[in-house]
Design a protein around this ligand. Structure first.
Ligand SMILES: NC(=O)c1ccc[n+]([C@@H]2O[C@H](COP(=O)([O-])OP(=O)(O)OC[C@H]3O[C@@H](n4cnc5c(N)ncnc54)[C@H](OP(=O)(O)O)[C@@H]3O)[C@@H](O)[C@H]2O)c1
Length: 272
């Protein structure tokens, strides 16, 4: 029986993945902001709820991530996998208490920061995994990092890919530094979830009208992250481009000097 932390596990794709992991006999620790959604998730697990717990946390700030890590480590000295399914979708010029854009701090930096703080528990598991959910961003996507990490003013069209590709760089970095650990990135596809709640009205309206024609099911979207948390037949760092198809995967092979630069910045921002 494995213990898997599902960040973003009170909602959408993360919740679906947590349910699947419980069905396969494992334990899950869910993180999310909304306590009511967390409690509803636990209640929906039925008998399996005894193998699940939920922490209400704020992962957009450095202090919030530190608090989340403290709370998880107080209860678990060993973690077999961390699945990062937290995310926000907003085009607005917003800033967190640390002066960063939440698309950057939630969709990338919190994953780096939380994983770094949880490394002692992951190392204790031996063959642990770190799996990060992003949109469709193949490793070969060209990206400019001249605006990293402030992305000021935020421009979703230009900033989305470099921010999401930072996850791939972190997966590559983790694999090099922690040989026992597997790290990968999974494309979520397009799924109707709460992710649209902060998006502009025209995005929500378009999703409502044309969504049923091209949206993936939440089950299909959760498939690859669950497999990446459990299966042995992959070596890191890897990217899964197609929801529902674990066999189709691309090695993450990135320019190491860019990886070093992004990781130096992430270390300076978070102190770990
Ligand atoms: N759905 C799609 O079509 C799609 C497309 C591309 C990528 N993705 C990615 O897939 C992942 C899962 O998203 P989803 O579609 O399942 O959306 P979702 O249902 O909105 O899930 C997002 C999760 O992130 C949590 N979260 C957001 N901000 C947070 C914060 N500041 N602190 C702590 N937790 C926070 C949410 O918690 P609360 O609900 O409690 O706020 C929720 O659990 C995300 O990384 C998303 O970017 C999704």
């Amino acid at each position: 029986m494995r213990t898997i932390l599902v960040s973003g596990g009170n909602s959408g794709i993360g919740l679906r993945a947590a349910r699947e992991l419980l069905d396969r006999g494992h334990c899950v620790v869910l993180l999310g902001r909304d306590r009511r959604k967390g409690e509803a998730a636990l209640a929906s697990f039925g008998d399996a709820a005894g193998r699940a717990s939920f922490h209400s946390v704020e992962l957009s700030t450095h202090d919030g991530v530190r608090d989340a890590a403290r709370r998880v480590l107080a209860e678990h000295d060993r973690l077999d996998a961390v699945l990062h399914s937290t995310g926000v979708l907003t085009f607005k010029e917003l800033r967190t208490a640390d002066g960063l854009h939440p698309f950057f701090s939630v969709n990338y930096l919190s994953r780096y920061h939380l994983t770094q703080l949880l490394l002692p528990a992951l190392r204790r598991a031996g063959q642990a995994r770190v799996v990060m959910m992003t949109a469709s961003v193949p490793p070969s996507t060209p990206a400019e990092y001249d605006r990293f990490p402030a992305f000021e003013p935020f421009d979703f069209r230009h900033d989305r890919e470099p921010i999401q590709l930072a996850n791939h760089h972190y997966a590559a970095h983790l694999t090099r530094g922690e040989p026992q650990l597997r790290a990968g990135v999974v494309n979520a596809g397009a799924v109707r979830t709460d992710i649209l709640r902060m998006s502009p009205w025209y995005v929500r309206a378009t999703a409502k009208v044309v969504g049923p024609l091209f949206f993936d099911s939440v089950e299909k979207s959760a498939h690859n992250v669950v497999e990446a948390c459990l299966r042995e037949d992959w070596a890191a760092p890897m990217y899964w481009p197609k929801p529902g198809d674990f066999e189709q995967r691309l090695p993450i092979d990135l320019d190491t000097s860019t990886t070093r630069r992004l990781l130096d910045v992430s270390r300076n921002l978070t102190g770990v």
